[in-house]
Design a protein around this ligand. Structure first.
Ligand code: EPU
Length: 421
């Protein structure tokens, strides 16, 4: 299994191109199931997760072609041979659940493995199921699989759905299912994430009638069929946040291009609070840091609040900051797995319930640590960049799920990272 070996102590400097958003690409790829025609996507990030989604779709009979450097992908779900998302794939990527809504709407049936446990919390899918039932689906669990059907010869029917909590993929699944339902669907308490907005934009290009995405009330007027389209995936705000925190933590100066600064408000505010100089244009962000960071407290919340997917990275920055930070995780119940690993590097962190208190130390010292999930891995990379000496990160397949060639891109900015087997 691959590991990363990081020699700490280098400042990051230069320019970096941000990739397309993983969490927009995954639901949008699943949306290809909604039409017989071709969906052409640009700016698809080359990640283990997008490869898994491609494998899942091609297992159902979707023709998948990548061209150019692999960031353009053509998907054509002309005739589907299977409506099953097997456990072997779902267990490696929970976002596989995103095929449930489209399959049900288009084929009238789906068999999707329940994802099971997860390193960051229990992550149930009850809200997806409750919403699909409201749209007229008949659901039951059989041998670990969600078996879903709509009445023969009938479309799903529009409904008024209020989700019990804000769920990103739940909102996306219901939105996709509702595009082909009979009548109007209203989703209240909808997720407002930019990735939901991007999916809605793609669905509308395919002929859907979705309004209100980006607010907590999304209205979908069902249509009889959707058609092919071409769509460019938005820039990855979590990848941007990760690199910007790495820059601030190492006292660097980096400009991100192809970024979407309007999706980064909460993150940029915290970087300024830490003492970074932040400059913005329409599609670029420059962050400069010429001092030891100040400690920054934060609470994760649904968008536009501070993203849970950037919590671990800010926690790493706080490890060497001046002062004490209070980090509250309010989205997932178990998203502090990185803390025990950061402690191995000399970080001083206490966890009480959903809050981590981080007392900044002057210096971390390199050690061998283990990645436990995607964003935890990113925080360990940041910690390795600032630690004295060498840090080895094991199980970095987690990192490859969500970051394109991370070590090569950091090395181009002055880091010293080797991938070793
Ligand atoms: N929840 C339920 N029931 C449901 C759905 C969610 O109780 O039916 C709970 C979850 O357990 C969690 C909270 O609601 O406590 C929010 O979960 P949400 O459904 O919003 O998460 P998700 O849709 O499964 C997406 C991203 C995650 C990101 C979260 C929160 C994708 C593919 N994944 O997950 O991304 O952390 O939203 O913003 O969009 C990552 O990229 O590293 C990642 C984990």
């Amino acid at each position: 299994m691959d590991k990363l070996r990081i020699r700490g102590g280098n400042r990051l400097q230069g320019t970096l191109q941000v990739a397309g958003a993983k969490n927009a690409a995954l639901p949008i790829m699943a949306a290809a199931l909604l039409t017989h025609d071709e969906l052409q996507l640009e700016n698809v990030p080359r990640l283990a997760d997008t490869a898994t989604m491609a494998r899942l779709l091609s297992g159902m009979g979707v023709a998948v072609e990548r061209d150019g450097q692999g960031q353009r992908i053509h998907l054509r779900a002309k005739d589907l041979a299977s409506v099953e998302a097997p456990y072997q794939l779902v267990k490696t990527m929970r976002a596989s659940i995103l095929v449930l809504g489209p399959l049900l709407a288009r084929q009238g049936e789906a068999r999707v493995s329940l994802p099971g446990g997860c390193a960051i919390g229990s992550r149930p899918v009850d809200q997806h199921l409750k919403g699909l039932q409201a749209l007229g689906a008949d659901l039951h669990i059989d041998q670990g699989y969600i078996v879903a059907r709509r009445s023969a010869g009938r479309r799903l029917r529009g409904a008024h759905i209020v989700t019990d909590l804000v769920t990103v993929t739940g909102t996306e699944n219901l939105m996709m299912a509702a595009t082909l339902a009979e009548g109007e669907t209203v989703i209240e308490n909808a997720a407002r994430e930019p990735e939901v907005v991007d999916l809605a934009a793609c669905l509308n290009r395919m002929g859907a009638r979705v309004r209100g995405a980006g607010s907590d009330r999304i209205v979908i007027e069902g249509v009889e069929r959707l058609h092919g389209a071409s769509h460019r995936i938005i820039s990855d705000r979590i990848e941007s946040a990760t690199f910007l925190v790495a820059v601030a933590a190492t006292g660097g100066d980096v400009t991100l291009v192809s970024a979407a600064p309007e999706t980064l408000d909460a993150v940029l505010d915290k970087l300024r609070e830490a003492g970074a100089d932040v400059q913005l244009g329409t599609d670029w962000v420059r962050v400069r840091m010429d001092r030891r960071p100040r400690a920054v407290s934060l609470r994760t919340a649904p968008y536009p609040g501070f993203p849970t997917d950037a919590q671990a990275q800010f926690l790493a920055l706080n490890c060497i900051a001046d002062g004490v930070a209070r980090i509250s995780e309010n989205i997932f119940e178990n998203r502090f797995m990185h803390v025990l690993e950061l402690q191995r590097l000399g970080a001083q962190i206490d966890i009480e319930g959903h809050t981590a208190m981080v007392r900044g130390v002057e210096q971390l010292s390199g050690a061998t640590v283990m990645a436990t999930d995607l964003r935890a891995s990113a925080s360990l990379v940041i910690a390795g960049l600032i630690a004295q000496g060498d840090t080895t990160i094991e199980r970095i397949y987690h990192l490859d799920r969500g970051y394109e060639a991370m070590e090569q891109r950091l090395n181009a900015l002055g880091a010293q990272i080797d991938r070793v087997r």
